[in-house]
Design a protein around this ligand. Structure first.
Ligand SMILES: *[C@@H]1O[C@H](CO)[C@@H](O)[C@H](O)[C@H]1NC(C)=O
Length: 115
C-alpha cells in the first residue's frame, strides 16, 4: 500500500508540533536583584567539576534568569557583585525543578536567599 503524500505531510507536521511543545528547554533559575538601586549582580551556574554552564546578570532592581540545560545533573550557583571578589556559592542542586533566588543588601553587605 502506498501512503498518501498529504497524509505523510500531516503526520510529519504533527510530529514536529509534539517535538516543539515538549519541554526540552531546561529548568530555569529566576533571580531577583533587590540590591541597592543600580547595583550590578551576576550569577554563574557551574558544574560539579567547576565548568561554567551559563551566566546572567542585571542592575537592580531588574531581574534575570538562567536556563540550566537538561543534560546537566548537579549544579552550583556562584553569586557575585561587580568583580565577583566575594563569591557566595550555593549548592549542589539537582536539576529537576525551577529555582528562585534574590539578592539583598548593598555592595558592602549583601546576602542571597531563596524565594
Ligand atoms: C538573562 O536574563 C534575561 C531576563 O530574564 C533574559 O531575557 C535573557 O534571555 C537571559 N540570558 C541568558 C543567557 O539566559
Amino acid at each position: 500500500m502506498k501512503s498518501h503524500p498529504l497524509l505523510a505531510l500531516i503526520i510529519s507536521i504533527i510530529f514536529s508540533l509534539i517535538a516543539f511543545m515538549s519541554p526540552t528547554e531546561g529548568y530555569k533559575v529566576w533571580i531577583h536583584n533587590k540590591l541597592e538601586s543600580g547595583t550590578w549582580a551576576g550569577v554563574d551556574a557551574v558544574t560539579e567539576d567547576g565548568k561554567k554552564i551559563t551566566s546572567n546578570w542585571s542592575f537592580s532592581h531588574k531581574g534575570f534568569h538562567l536556563t540550566i540545560p537538561d543534560d546537566t545533573g548537579l549544579y552550583y550557583l556562584h553569586f557575585g557583585l561587580i568583580s565577583f571578589e566575594d563569591v557566595k556559592t550555593r549548592g549542589p542542586f539537582t536539576n529537576d525543578q525551577d529555582a528562585c533566588w534574590h539578592f539583598h543588601g548593598n555592595v558592602f553587605k549583601w546576602e542571597v536567599y531563596t524565594c
